[in-house]
Ligand binder design. Structure first.
Ligand SMILES: [Ca+2]
Ligand SMILES: [Ca+2]
Length: 225
């Protein structure tokens, strides 16, 4: 049984456990910066650690909806540090665009913050292949523009260096009808989408039966001119 669970991987267990109430200490507010850290996220010396252990979900959430009709530019840096369990890295970090503000209950494992709603979009930095449960998940670390849930890869790009344990720069230009993603200064993905005029923005890290430390820093969100 243990072998079977190991073979199935983190995401299978995520499916089984995706409805769990995950957060014992749900909210740490930072009103001045207009964002809130939820779940396992914690800030120290300007760096926000989203995850550091098994079955975690850490959320950086902007408290107010963004005007996507006009467009926004989100920038931050991230670093993934080798962890353990059934793999060295899992499951990744996702920038989530949702109609409803992200609350204190989040999915762990391969879902990485996506809530299953058709109106939800995201950009994932996925460092774990979700094995049998998610046939559409590429077998390599990838950046992807997502819709709805962990199966909803609208566009994807291989990115093995996301797990080289160094800081990487992300820039995402999100408009109502298009999401464009830059990684370390290079444009890597651009895809037509169909978002609402106003969307909430959050950055979510999660883990499952495998984990790694996932950190972000220097997060900024600006309205496009
Ligand atoms: Ca995955
Ligand atoms: Ca994926």
């Amino acid at each position: 049984m243990i072998k079977k669970i190991k073979r199935l991987g983190a995401a299978v267990l995520a499916v089984a456990c995706s409805c769990m109430v995950l957060f014992a200490n749900p909210v740490v507010a930072n009103a001045a910066a207009k964002y809130t850290l939820l779940g396992d996220a914690a800030k120290k010396n300007g760096v926000i650690t989203l995850t550091r252990n098994y079955w975690e979900s850490g959320v950086f959430r902007y408290n107010q909806a963004s005007n996507i009709k006009k467009g926004i530019t989100l920038q931050y840096q991230y670093k993934m540090i080798k962890g353990g369990g059934i793999a060295d890295f899992a499951d990744g970090i996702t920038v989530v665009f949702s109609k409803k503000r992200m609350g204190s209950k989040q999915t762990t494992g391969g879902y990485v913050g996506l809530d299953g709603k058709k109106t939800t979009y995201g950009v994932e930095f996925d460092n774990y292949f979700d094995d049998d449960v998610n046939a559409s998940d590429p077998k390599y670390p990838h950046i992807a523009i997502m819709r709805k849930d962990h199966d909803g890869h609208l566009a994807k790009k291989k990115c093995t260096k996301m797990t080289n344990q160094k800081w990487h720069k992300v820039k995402i230009v999100a408009k109502k009808n298009r999401i464009t993603v830059y990684h370390d200064g290079n444009k890597v993905l651009s895809k037509n989408v169909n978002m609402s005029d106003k969307m909430y923005v959050a950055i979510v890290g999660s883990t499952g039966a495998a984990y790694c430390t996932q950190r972000i820093k220097g997060v900024s969100l600006k309205a496009n001119k």
